[in-house]
Ligand binder design. Structure first.
Ligand code: PAF
Length: 285
């Protein structure tokens, strides 16, 4: 596996790969876990070559979010990716990504508002900006993202459609299902911040979400099911629930009742100092 940290060698390396077949990009911020490796494995099934980026993007961290504490383990990540047969690792530093004088921001309206966008102002601008740059830098044939960050996936899909990035959009931006621990907790780099006691309580998140979905499917009103879900999380030891909402799975319109289109339950809740997010489909299959 080749590792490049500057744009010119990246372009040369990608050109060689593309001459030989389609290239899939898996953008990450490192601290890789099985969820990321699921993206890499799916990418390898869909393209001849896999490029992974590792860049802890300062522009998607708020002033009160500790960018400095984000786990960085490039050597361990490199070994994991090499073992997966990844062809190229793009690992720029902040100066390579945002050279002096950098002044451009990509803002995606609509789907970036509310949910995580409310609690983390500017977060999705930072995500859209860096993903737009990664798409331009690597020019992949397809790119893969985890469904765990459902709103992020919706923002990236919207941006790709609006800015004509990666075509055809429907086939080029792939969402990969969330990888979960045995007790249902979604894998996340943030799980490392949980104490053993918090980690045990955190399993209430997927469990209560599944309970709320079952209640709605049996006819409970969405509003009542969300209130019960919030109470269950607080009883289980969560300090607060940022949101628990049912939204249209595609454009994230809030839903008061289920309709014919796919719907998604999205939740963010805090346990100790850690904010966990998760989402699940309302409809089976
Ligand atoms: O999901 C992530 O790890 C990041 O938000 C992404 C997409 C790599 C952009 O920095």
């Amino acid at each position: 596996m080749q590792t490049v940290t500057q744009l010119d060698p990246l372009r040369r390396a990608v050109a060689m790969l593309k001459a030989d077949g389609p290239v899939a990009l898996v953008p990450t911020m490192g601290a890789l876990h099985e969820g990321h490796l699921a993206l890499v494995r799916e990418a390898a099934k869909r393209a001849a070559h896999v490029v992974v980026s590792i860049f802890v993007n300062p522009r998607q961290f708020g002033a009160n979010e500790d960018l400095g504490k984000y786990p960085r383990q490039l050597a361990a990540d490199t070994a994991l990716l090499a073992a997966e047969g990844v062809h190229l690792l793009w690992a720029p530093d902040a100066a390579a990504m945002y050279p002096p004088g950098y002044a451009t921001n990509v803002v995606v309206g609509g789907v970036s508002q509310g949910l995580c966008g409310a609690a983390r102002p500017g977060h999705f601008d930072g995500v859209a900006t860096v993903v737009c740059k990664l798409f331009n830098q690597v020019a992949p044939d397809l790119a893969l993202f985890g469904e765990k960050d459902w709103q992020q996936l919706a923002v990236i899909r919207r941006m790709a459609r609006d800015l004509d990035l990666l075509l055809p959009h429907a086939d080029a931006i792939i969402g990969v299902p969330t990888v979960r621990e045995a007790d249902g907790l979604a894998l996340s780099s943030r799980n490392a911040f949980l104490t053993p006691e918090q980690r045990q309580s955190a399993a209430a998140l997927p469990r209560s979400m599944a309970g709320a979905i079952a209640a709605i499917r049996s006819g409970a009103p969405i509003r009542a099911a969300m209130a019960a879900l919030t109470a269950a999380l607080e009883d289980a030891g969560f300090a607060s629930v940022d949101f628990a909402e049912v939204r249209d799975a595609g454009d994230l319109t809030p839903l008061a009742e289920l309709g014919p289109d796919p719907a998604r339950l999205l939740v963010a809740a805090r346990i100790g100092g850690t904010r966990l997010i998760d989402n699940m489909p309302l409809q089976a299959g």
